[in-house]
Design a protein around this ligand. Structure first.
Ligand code: AMP
Ligand code: ZN
Length: 122
């Protein structure tokens, strides 16, 4: 945990978030500025800076998080099957467009064209 980290504060419930899933590994909540009809953020409970600092011993919890993404996408409005789907995105470092320095995966989907802010490669 990092005292001043925005996403650690969400994990500790010190600031509000629209949480859609929580388990021992992670918390999943709605992005405050959605770039698409469905825009969730999936974060590990432990304070990991980014994918750049992930180590081989992180493979188990990281794998469990990845396997959750499809079900969470569907449960929160993404369209099933080849005509639907979702984007899973992790910006890493400033050159990667990362703004919050706590590892997070964007789960982005819903009917196109997407409105609002442009997601990378949308
Ligand atoms: P990134 O640019 O990949 O670091 O993404 C950070 C994301 O966090 C952005 O999409 C923001 O809209 C989102 N965000 C920032 N503050 C909050 C918050 N308090 N609750 C939910 N999402 C947030
Ligand atoms: Zn943190």
């Amino acid at each position: 945990m990092s005292e001043h980290c925005l996403f650690c504060k969400i994990v500790r419930k010190e600031i509000p978030a629209k949480i859609v899933h929580e388990d021992d590994d992670c918390v999943v909540f709605h992005d405050i500025h959605p770039a698409a009809p469905v825009h969730l953020l999936m974060i590990p409970k432990q304070h990991i800076l980014s994918l750049q600092t992930v180590k081989p011993e992180d493979a188990a919890w990281l794998g469990r998080m990845m396997t959750l993404a499809p079900g969470l996408a569907l449960a929160n409005g993404c369209i099933p099957g080849p005509e639907g789907g979702f984007r899973l995105l992790a910006n890493s470092g400033r050159d990667g467009g990362q703004e919050v320095d706590h590892l997070h995966f964007h789960i982005i989907g819903g009917k196109r064209p997407w409105q609002g802010r442009t997601a990378p490669n949308a």
